[in-house]
Write a protein that binds this ligand. Structure first.
Ligand SMILES: *[C@@H]1O[C@H](CO)[C@@H](O)[C@H](O)[C@H]1NC(C)=O
Ligand SMILES: *[C@@H]1O[C@H](CO)[C@@H](O)[C@H](O)[C@H]1NC(C)=O
Length: 255
């Protein structure tokens, strides 16, 4: 455990509780995405304790190993696998990436950069620091989908079978969470008067912002297509023809 002084952890605690709830809803449908809702207990508005989870930041992994794939290959080598990474490690990585991709999209988690995206040696990927949610962001042009290309490269890249598997996990979990949207929205509703900073900004629109993300007016096929388009927009922005978006997106991932 770490005791943190000087930070209001109430919003972080709420986000972690919602991730935990979503994780449970997915597990109820036999989908374990290896998420890591590490424990947070806010003791008062300026301090609280956080469970310590051994991790490396993506920034550190990329600067030391140059890519996530190389990081896995050095720490979890398996000569029999095509990508030379132990299959259970790759599996855990793909699943956790998909889970956080869907959840951070629904919650509109902002201020993402390579220092608050964490990875464990066993392949588990997770987000930390939820000081900005519901579309709030200290930086301009936040993408809707928080999927840096480096994560996709860690699976073998855009053309690798693993990226398809990743997308399928995203679609399945998006559909499961949509089915349970009432429960999730009710939880937000209960938090309206709880002084959570990003809900307080606009109490009336807070629930609506989450609701919009579920695309409840769409049927399942349309919702999958919608999600597919968001992923496409996010990764295609790195193709050379869209220099402007490329610039704002690469800027976005800088700390
Ligand atoms: C991740 O590791 C860093 C450095 O060891 C630590 O400061 C941080 O609190 C850890 N994050 C979590 C969520 O445990
Ligand atoms: C997303 O991109 C892939 C490859 O670039 C393409 O095959 C697919 O049709 C695109 N999907 C949508 C919904 O635009």
């Amino acid at each position: 455990m770490m005791f943190k002084i000087g930070d209001d952890l109430r919003q972080d605690q709420l986000v972690i509780q919602i991730i935990k709830l979503m994780d449970q809803l997915l597990k109820n449908e036999n989908l374990n995405l290896n998420l890591k809702p590490y424990k947070i207990l806010s003791t008062n508005p300026i301090d609280g304790s956080i469970e310590f989870v051994p991790n490396l930041t993506l920034d550190k992994v990329l600067s030391e190993y140059h890519s996530i794939l190389k990081f896995f290959q050095e720490n979890n080598y398996d000569e029999h696998e095509e990508l030379k990474v132990k299959s259970h490690v790759m599996d855990r990585y793909i699943k956790s990436c998909a889970g956080y991709c869907v959840i951070t999209y629904i919650l509109g988690v902002g201020d993402r950069h390579l220092d608050n995206l964490l990875i464990s040696l066993n392949g588990q990927f997770f987000h930390a620091d939820f000081g900005y949610i519901l579309g709030q962001d200290p930086k301009p042009f936040p993408p809707l989908m928080k999927l840096p290309i480096q994560l996709v490269e860690g699976m073998g890249g855009l053309n690798h079978e693993n990226f398809k598997i990743f997308k399928n996990y995203c679609f399945t979990s998006f559909l499961i969470l949509r089915k349970n949207s009432n429960l999730i929205l009710n939880l937000f509703e209960l938090m309206i008067e709880a002084n959570i900073p990003d809900i307080k900004i606009d109490k009336n629109r807070a629930i609506l912002k989450v609701k919009e993300k579920f695309c409840l007016e769409m049927n399942d096929e349309e919702a999958i297509l919608h999600f597919q388009n968001l992923i496409n927009d996010s990764v295609n922005a790195f193709l050379p023809m869209v220099i402007d978006r490329l610039h704002s997106l690469t800027q976005y991932w800088r700390a």
